[in-house]
Write a protein of this length. Structure first.
Length: 119
């Protein structure tokens, strides 16, 4: 079974950058996309970005367009989320999941990594 693990979170000042990684034990043909989600305290989990495992299709939440970039390295079984120009409202626990769309319908998740944007 596919397992995912995020890394790269931390504390960063507004305007700073972080790169999150989502390492998989193996991207099988059963999973056609990897999604990045985030959940801030008191809020629902929301989809931030998505990339097809072929790398040909990407999706971004409107509020992160132009600031976040998703990419994949299939040789390393890793998907990245480069986050630039971070804002305090980006503060959340970030998760990767096998698939995109409605979080409640996804079965395979990483453990999450905390991103805190604060001065």
């Amino acid at each position: 079974q596919l397992q995912l693990a995020e890394s790269g979170g931390g504390l960063v000042q507004p305007g700073g950058s972080l790169r999150l990684s989502c390492a998989g034990s193996g991207f099988t043909s059963d999973y056609h996309a990897i999604g990045w989600f985030r959940q801030a305290p008191g809020k629902e989990r929301e989809g931030v970005s998505c990339i097809s495992t072929s790398g040909g299709t990407t999706y971004y939440l409107d509020s992160v367009k132009g600031r976040f970039t998703v990419s994949s390295d299939n040789a390393k079984n890793t998907v990245y989320l480069q986050m630039n120009s971070l804002k305090p409202e980006d503060t959340a626990v970030y998760y990767c999941a096998a698939g995109c769309g409605t979080p409640e319908l996804l079965e395979v998740w990483g453990q999450g990594t905390l991103v805190t944007v604060s001065s």
